[in-house]
Design a protein around this ligand. Structure first.
Ligand code: PLP
Length: 419
């Protein structure tokens, strides 16, 4: 069976809310994946940083396998023997007193917003249902209706109203603009320490620290969405470590599931988390024993293999090498650790054709925000493997290209195999 068969099948029966790079993956191990025709690729996307540990890390697979032989689901109607162990591990590892376990990133963000709002009404004394939360322009926090309500990306919102009120938007990277928006009804500030989907946008130095100071001064909560930047990706365990700007509420997801299972969490100290009382919030699958076993293993691997240090060292090397490629097409190379964006100049079209060419050469990555190629390999990558990718990246960034007159505007609707 060739790849086109499976692509046709998805196209025929699946909702068309994605336009994948035309590669049908069948097997993965470490940083490598194989398609149904047996071609091998280096995964430089890592499922948007959900695969920090690489594909099928043996310790994580072993934890998953062993747990499937004992117990997989209880719901929170009962206790299970693993959840508390996972919560202890995650709390001590992250430096918070309490953990709220959820499944996907968007759910964790929603949960964090609920906790922040409740804290504001019951602890800070903001008039009921009148609070506002400040977010950043260019944000990405997921796809639920409340979250897209404060997205600044027209496509993410279009057709999904009416929207949830209670949010204000400040330019990303501008702490003064945030302070200007703060009023008596401000609950808190929610940002990503580096905007991943927004195009690997790194804020000016001091931004996180200034947000911390501003929030403390106004008794507003600081919320960091580290679903993509957390767990080693940027060269620190958490991106907030770069500026010692500890948020009141930390949101994790993606790599917390070790690349095998959806696991997300909200972390906070007692005086914030204790606004949740039995029945206030819940999730059938959140904190299930399988998730807990996988989450524990994911943190242990991160610690034992010092994936944060790997990301720090290899990220510096990778970025330096990328910057040394003499390419007419590149406007900027930016990032932190192994979260790196290469921005393509508009006059050379979008980043998409570069990603498609790289896929043909065996390097998988995905454009973000039209102009940016994101390179975010699993943190278990070796420097020889980075060199292997660099050879191909260098080729694609220096060979002549055909610039299409018009970028394919209907790309969302385009058939995967034609055009
Ligand atoms: C991926 C992501 C989310 C959403 O996570 P899902 O698991 O897809 O719901 C939220 N915030 C950030 C920063 C992300 O990168």
């Amino acid at each position: 069976m060739t790849g086109s068969y499976f692509m046709e099948l998805e196209y025929r029966y699946g909702a068309h809310n994605y336009k994948p790079i035309p590669v049908v993956i069948e097997k993965g191990e470490g940083v490598w994946v194989w398609d149904v025709e047996g071609n091998k690729y280096l995964d430089m996307l890592s499922a948007y940083s959900a695969l920090n540990h690489g594909h099928r890390h043996p310790k994580i697979i072993e934890a998953l396998r062993r747990q499937t032989e004992k117990l997989t689901l209880t719901s929170r109607a009962f206790y299970n023997n693993l959840l508390g162990q996972f919560e202890e591990k995650l709390a001590l590892f992250s430096g918070y007193e309490k953990v709220l376990p959820m499944n996907t990133g968007a759910e964790a963000v929603e949960s964090a917003l609920k906790i922040a709002r409740k804290w504001a009404y019951y602890k800070k004394g903001i008039p009921m249902n009148k609070g506002n939360i400040i977010v950043a322009e260019g944000n990405f926090h997921g796809r639920t209706i409340t979250i897209v309500s404060f997205s600044t990306e027209e496509q993410y919102r279009d057709g999904f109203g009416p929207y949830t009120p209670g949010f204000k938007v400040a330019p990303f990277g501008d702490s003064k603009a945030v302070e200007k928006l703060i009023d008596d009804e401000t609950i808190g500030v929610l940002v990503e320490p580096i905007q991943g989907e927004g195009g690997v946008r790194v804020p000016p130095e001091g931004y996180l620290r200034e947000l911390r100071e501003i929030c403390s001064k106004h008794r507003a909560l600081l919320l960091f969405d580290e679903i993509q930047t957390g767990l080693g990706r940027t060269g620190k365990i958490f991106a907030w470590h770069w500026e010692d700007a500890k948020p009141d509420i930390l949101i994790l997801g993606k790599a917390l599931g070790g690349g095998v299972y959806p696991v997300s969490a909200v972390l906070a100290n007692d005086q914030i988390m204790d606004v949740l009382k039995p029945g206030d919030h819940g999730s059938t699958f959140g904190g299930n024993p399988l998730a807990a076993a996988v989450g524990i293993a994911a943190i242990e691997v991160l610690e034992n293999e010092r994936l944060d240090l790997r990301a720090f060292e290899l990220g510096e090397y990778f970025m330096k090498q990328l910057r040394s490629i003499e390419s007419d097409y590149v406007k900027e190379v930016r990032g932190k650790g192994l979260l790196i964006g290469v921005e393509i100049k508009k006059e050379y079209g979008t980043a998409r054709p570069f990603c498609e060419k790289l896929a043909k050469l065996g390097v998988l990555c995905k454009e973000t925000h039209d102009q940016v190629v994101r390179f975010a390999p699993p943190l278990v990558i070796k420097s020889e493997e980075i060199d292997w990718a660099l050879e191909r990246i260098s080729k694609v960034l220096t060979e002549p290209i055909q610039v299409k007159e018009k970028a394919t505007e209907n790309s969302q609707k385009a058939h995967p195999l034609k055009g």
